[in-house]
Design a protein around this ligand. Structure first.
Ligand SMILES: *[C@@H]1O[C@H](CO)[C@@H](O)[C@H](O)[C@H]1NC(C)=O
Ligand SMILES: *[C@@H]1O[C@H](CO)[C@@H](O)[C@H](O)[C@H]1NC(C)=O
Ligand SMILES: [Zn+2]
Length: 459
């Protein structure tokens, strides 16, 4: 077993080298080659069938953004190795059973061993709005997305209802978690776990819970868990101005969201989680997950919001209607995605710091390569407080205001309460820093997809 595990680890260890090699090859010729390849393959990551999906990590063939994260390199390789061990272990279990001809009749024991008592205890309160996802992530040894989503599938009876193979589900979730970039300060698997937890809270709201079908719940949880899959840690304008192949592939439109969706579809197919369903249902699932993920493109927020507003004005939302239900789920996922300012100050503040770190990091790269610094990304002129106040004023408050009209519950009031308090706290910080207090960053007012920087793209 140990020998096999080491072999697998060694295979994985060779990856950074491979990625660096690819970086060195970022010549125009290579660029053209990849563009051509992309035309043929679509957004399919090039990978070898024989290996242990080693190519997964190099999913951006010619810009490997990891080279820019030099200061967090050591931390990254340690945590990446932990995940690899987990994967290798799972694969070892599966493959050894396979070779011995033993099937896995009951896997719940293996699954339960992964997280300790404290994490399990936290999961009993998974529906609480003040759930501390950072603590949960530490208690699960960096596996918050896998543990939380698996638990929610079980809690909502999805495993039973859809006759899911728990090993396939587990494997799917591990692949999802692994395809998030742990070196991104913000757009990583913990953000995905946080959004999934928020989505669960919204699904429990009376208006939704009494009309949602298991199918709706299934799609919502998968979309939440995968909505930022393989996020490169930079925003769409950055991908466009660096001629990234994804920008070409998706014609400069919802580039990241399209990629998150296609990545999710790739993993769904690869895992075979729904192989027992009809092709028709699988295709329906893929397209509906796409509708949910694409809704998280914040540059489209005004369109979604005005539709939501006119439905609420007319009072014509009918949740027995599947189209209306799915529209509400899109709005719910949008809320879950940008709900950071609606959490308690302690949690909210940590998210703000992380997202700002990611913006500023992009700004640093843009400076270094003379690409022109994107709005909100310049650490010389921006502050966390300014960014947060603008974000809350132009994006979060309007969205959650309408959500509270739709679902006027204690949760909605709690969220609006935190939002107000957090904004006041950032205004306090702003006053301390500048002496004046009413600066609202106007960047957010320019709701244009080409101007909107990373923050609105909290998706
Ligand atoms: C699987 O294991 C659990 C817990 O050990 C047990 O309650 C359940 O009955 C088992 N299911 C089957 C199909 O053996
Ligand atoms: C995407 O934007 C870039 C830069 O503005 C432009 O050169 C390119 O033609 C655009 N591509 C499409 C398909 O619109
Ligand atoms: Zn997101």
């Amino acid at each position: 077993f140990c020998i096999l595990q080491n072999v697998i680890v060694v295979l994985h260890e060779s990856l950074p080298l491979q990625a660096m090699f690819i970086c060195i090859l970022s010549l125009p010729l290579f660029h053209t080659f990849i563009s051509l390849l992309t035309l043929f393959l679509g957004d399919v990551r090039v990978r070898s069938r024989a290996g242990f999906e080693t190519e997964r990590r190099g999913s951006h063939p010619y810009i490997d953004f990891r080279i820019f994260h030099s200061n967090s390199e050591i931390e990254v390789s340690v945590s990446a190795r932990n995940v690899r061990r987990l994967l290798s272990f799972q694969r070892y279990l599966r493959s050894s059973r396979f070779f011995r001809g033993i099937t896995v009749p009951n896997s719940s024991n293996i699954l339960d061993d992964d997280y300790n008592g404290q994490a399990k205890c936290m999961l009993e309160k998974v529906g609480n709005w003040n759930f501390d996802i950072f603590l949960f992530d530490r208690l699960t040894n960096g596996n918050s997305l896998v543990s939380l989503t698996f638990h929610l599938f079980n809690l909502h009876g999805l495993i039973e209802h859809f006759q899911l193979d728990t090993m396939k589900l587990r494997r799917f979730l591990v692949m999802v978690q692994e395809d998030y970039h742990s070196q991104n300060p913000y757009h990583n698997a913990v953000h995905a776990a946080d959004v999934t937890q928020a989505m669960h809270c919204y699904l429990k709201e009376p208006k939704l819970s009494k009309s949602l079908t298991p199918w709706d719940v299934l799609l919502s949880l998968i979309a939440a868990a995968t909505h930022d899959l393989d996020h490169p840690g930079v925003n769409q304008p950055f991908l466009i101005k660096t001629n990234h192949y994804l920008a070409t592939l998706y014609k400069n439109t919802s580039v990241l969201e399209n990629h998150h969706w296609r990545s999710a579809v790739g993993l769904l197919r690869e895992s075979g989680l729904f192989a027992h369903m009809s092709l028709e249902n699988r295709q329906l699932m893929e397209s509906q997950i796409g509708d949910l993920i694409l809704a998280t493109d914040i540059s489209q927020q005004n369109e979604y919001l005005s539709m939501f507003r006119s439905h609420l004005d007319r009072g014509d939302l009918c949740l027995e209607n599947a189209n209306h239900r799915h529209f509400i789920l899109q709005m719910a996922l949008k809320c879950a995605d940008i709900c950071n300012p609606c959490r308690t100050w302690e949690l909210s503040k940590q998210w703000s710091e992380k997202v700002t770190e990611e913006f500023f990091h992009q700004g640093d790269i843009e400076k270094k390569y003379h690409l022109g610094v994107s709005p909100l990304c310049d650490r010389q002129t921006e502050t966390i407080a300014n960014i947060q106040i603008g974000f809350m004023t132009y994006l979060v408050e309007p969205l959650f205001g309408e959500w509270a009209r739709f679902s006027n519950t204690r949760l909605s009031q709690t969220m609006l309460g935190h939002l107000g308090l957090n904004k006041a706290s950032w205004k306090g910080v702003q006053r301390e820093q500048s002496g004046s207090g009413d600066d609202v960053d106007p960047t957010f007012e320019e709701m244009d997809s080409d101007i909107l920087p990373q923050e609105p793209r909290l998706s």
